[in-house]
Design a protein around this ligand. Structure first.
Ligand code: KIV
Ligand code: ZN
Length: 503
């Protein structure tokens, strides 16, 4: 029988964490790891243990904590890297060593300064060495899409003989074109004599915006593992977005007769969690998880959807866990109803955490008549998932409008001690940011400021993202509130807290 099961290999915590400005702490990694386990990923790449003691610890923690998936760790093709990777993952359930070595002539000549014969030997030796620890071994040929295909087949043949059970064909630099990438996968399948003893994997970068298309083309030709990240985060333009591959397979099963183990109803909450903890906003028009992915602006489209959803929607928003404007709670809902809703949405919070969320929920319900799941998710993201607060907003008053000088008065508890500052500015947000900056005496520079609406309507919560730089550190902060000035100050303080936490 033909094997149509696609293995989902998630690298949000490894390649995803290589996104500029992203740095996750231990608690962030555990939160995301648990969510990915709930989502149903098969293999989770937890990090690159030899890179730093923090990376090692994060990988070790994830391998110990997560038992319903395979945890893997990256290692260059050296004994030290492989020893360190194994030490970090060995307590996991069916842990995998993922070792890699570049194979393209460009990398051999300029980076490795090695011949093809030397690389062939090194690759096989690394896999053989790893097989002393486990039989679950993946070998990646870095820059494979720019590698001579006959040489690549030789490398794959040799590493499979040495014990590799997965061989990965990465488009490291995002150079591939879908039909050509598919042709290369077919070539590998037909010209690697022992390929049936291993799973062929693909790992595509999105430099030309073709990562998902390349992956689907590869799957059609025989690849059975897809390496991807939530929201497509990763080096440079990022990796293949998991939600795109999974929903393409689900929506176009007629052309893509494959299966994954992903519970798609957790896609939306996973996307939001990854965005909050990494501080990387999702572009509004992003496929599947962007704020506008299911929004209908044109009157003709709105009319069509009201008459019959499928006139303009190829996916049911419920399938990715979106409420689609379904009212969940209101001003009169109690703690019990809110807790039940959070549980239904997949959150497993302690009683203390529920109390904190409930205080924010009540405050929001006073300002906003209808509370949607997306609103609750934003509150959980802010209250529960955020890093320790060195600076906490205690008071905010702004005056603005035409004919008056915008002024802001801000109260901040700095390590428990409240201080009040006042400033004027070009507008109320500018005034509030200046007051905060003076109080905290920050040297950071604001690189970017963006506002999005979480749901529809003028009473919707505004979600603000700020990007700050201090020295060579770049951090991102987020905040949400129906009052966009409050949301902005929360986002600014969140970023300043990240800087303080890093210090
Ligand atoms: O892009 C790449 O080639 C990688 C490998 C380490 C798999 O991330
Ligand atoms: Zn990569």
């Amino acid at each position: 029988m033909e094997n149509n099961r696609i293995i989902i290999f998630d690298t949000t915590l490894r390649d995803g964490e290589q996104s500029p400005g992203v740095s996750l702490n231990m608690e962030d990694k555990i939160q995301i790891g648990r969510q990915l386990e709930k989502l149903g990923v098969d293999v989770l790449e937890a990090g690159f243990p030899v890179a730093s003691p923090g990376d090692f610890k994060g990988v070790q923690l994830l391998a110990t904590e997560l038992k319903n998936l395979q945890v893997t760790a990256l290692a260059r093709a050296t004994k030290k890297d492989i020893d360190t990777a194994w030490e970090a993952i060995k307590k996991g359930a069916n842990p995998r060593i993922h070792t890699f070595l570049a194979t393209s002539d460009i990398h051999l000549k300029y980076k490795l300064r090695k011949t093809r014969e030397e690389v062939l030997e090194m690759a096989a030796e690394a896999v053989k060495y790893a097989s002393g620890y486990t039989s679950n071994i993946e070998f990646s040929a870095e820059d494979a899409s720019r590698t001579d295909l006959d040489f690549l087949c030789k490398v794959f043949e040799k590493v499979i003989d040495a014990g590799a059970t997965t061989v990965n064909f990465p488009d490291t630099v995002g150079y591939a074109i879908p039909w050509d990438f598919g042709r290369m996968v077919r070539y590998i399948m037909e010209n690697t004599p022992n390929i049936h003893k291993a799973v062929l994997s693909v790992h595509c970068h999105n430099d030309l915006g073709l990562a998902t298309a390349n992956v689907l083309s590869a799957v059609k030709e025989g690849a059975r593992q897809v390496e991807c990240t939530v929201n497509g985060i990763g080096e440079r333009a990022g990796n293949t977005a998991m939600e795109e591959v999974v929903m393409a397979i689900r929506t176009r099963h007629d052309c893509l007769p494959y299966e994954t183990g992903i519970n798609t109803r957790h896609i939306s909450s996973t996307s939001r969690m990854v965005s909050t903890l990494t501080g990387m906003p999702v572009q509004p028009n992003k496929a599947i998880v962007g704020a506008n992915a299911f929004a209908h602006e044109s009157g003709i489209h709105q009319d069509g959807v009201l008459k019959e959803r499928t006139t303009y929607e190829i996916m049911d928003p419920k399938d990715i866990g979106l409420s689609h404007g379904r009212l969940v709670l209101g001003k009169h809902s109690g703690r019990h109803a809110m807790k039940a809703k959070l549980e239904e949405m997949g959150y497993d919070l302690s009683e203390q955490e529920i109390d904190r969320v409930f205080i924010r929920f009540k405050a929001l319900a006073d300002k906003k008549k209808e509370i949607f799941p997306e609103d609750l998710e934003a509150i959980v993201a802010e209250e529960i998932l955020r890093i320790p607060e060195t600076y906490k907003l205690t008071y905010l008053h702004v005056a603005g409008g035409s004919g008056i000088r915008p002024t802001a008065t801000v109260g901040i508890a700095i390590e428990g001690e409240e201080r009040i500052g006042v400033s004027i500015g070009a507008g109320p947000i500018d005034a509030a940011f200046k007051a905060v900056a003076k109080l905290i005496e920050t040297k950071s520079k604001l690189l970017r400021f963006t506002v999005n609406s979480i749901t529809g309507g003028t009473d919707a919560q505004g979600e603000v993202t700020v990007r700050l730089q201090e020295g060579d550190r770049v951090v991102i902060g987020q905040g949400a509130d129906p009052d966009i000035i409050t949301a902005s100050v929360r986002a600014y303080l969140n970023a300043l807290n990240r800087l303080a936490y890093k210090k």
